[in-house]
Design a protein around this ligand. Sequence first.
Ligand SMILES: Nc1ncnc2c1ncn2[C@@H]1O[C@H](COP(=O)(O)OP(=O)(O)OP(=O)(O)O)[C@@H](O)[C@H]1O
Ligand SMILES: [Mg+2]
Length: 252
Amino acid sequence: MIKLNAVEKVFRRKKRPAVTAVSNINLTIEKGEIFGIIGYSGAGKSTLLRMINQLEKPTSGTVTVGNVDFTTLRGKQLRQARQKIGMIFQHFNLLWSRTAAENISLPLEVANVPKAERDAKVAELIKLVGLEGREDAYPAQLSGGQKQRVGIARALANNPSILLCDEATSALDPKTTDSILQLLLDINKRLGLTIVLITHEFDVIRKICKKVAVMENGSIVEQGNVQQIFHQPRHQATKSFVKGTELEVISK
Ligand SMILES: Nc1ncnc2c1ncn2[C@@H]1O[C@H](COP(=O)(O)OP(=O)(O)OP(=O)(O)O)[C@@H](O)[C@H]1O
Ligand SMILES: [Mg+2]
């Protein structure tokens, strides 16, 4: 479904040394899978995730989604292809002057969906993420968990087949984190959505991911099945992430 082949990203900056944020990444993410990427700050996780929807162009290598080489797409073709990939963020990135329903409606407006269809889709999404009764609230009137539910509904508006999550639960308390992870798991099961999530907490990985890749200094240092890596971490970075996680699991 998603295939990264020898992907590299170098940021070149004026009068300062270039930064290799991601180097020689080879990764295959299967359709319908929840795939976790874990690493410390600066490991290159966000850069890697942003290359999947081409918010960052790789310096070299290819990113294929379905059978399409995303690295070759430009302009309208890229915008259309991108509609199949939703994204959510640590700080939600909602528009503060719009209500929950209006935030969710935004991508539908951009895609020129007629008003009646838009309203029906927004109502369906509000229900899917459990925000009934809060449609007309502004982000400032919502809790962190509710804001992320708006973010998730907005990301799903154009019926994507992939959802990218950049530290989507890092600003939330443990209980709210669990409820958002449960929602992601529900959506994955109900809609068959492929989810790629990045985090610096192994607990998040362990609770909902099937597979994990561990990143350090722009490279993947270890990857595989979560249970196997949890029980037999090999790389030092993996060991330190695994250490200290508890042994309770949300049903998979
Ligand atoms: N636009 C940019 N210009 C220059 N350097 C960048 C840019 N974006 C990222 N970097 C550098 O690339 C490296 C990887 O950054 P990235 O944001 O991908 O890491 P991360 O794993 O997501 O970290 P965090 O957990 O803090 O979000 C870092 O050294 C960062 O400073
Ligand atoms: Mg990041």
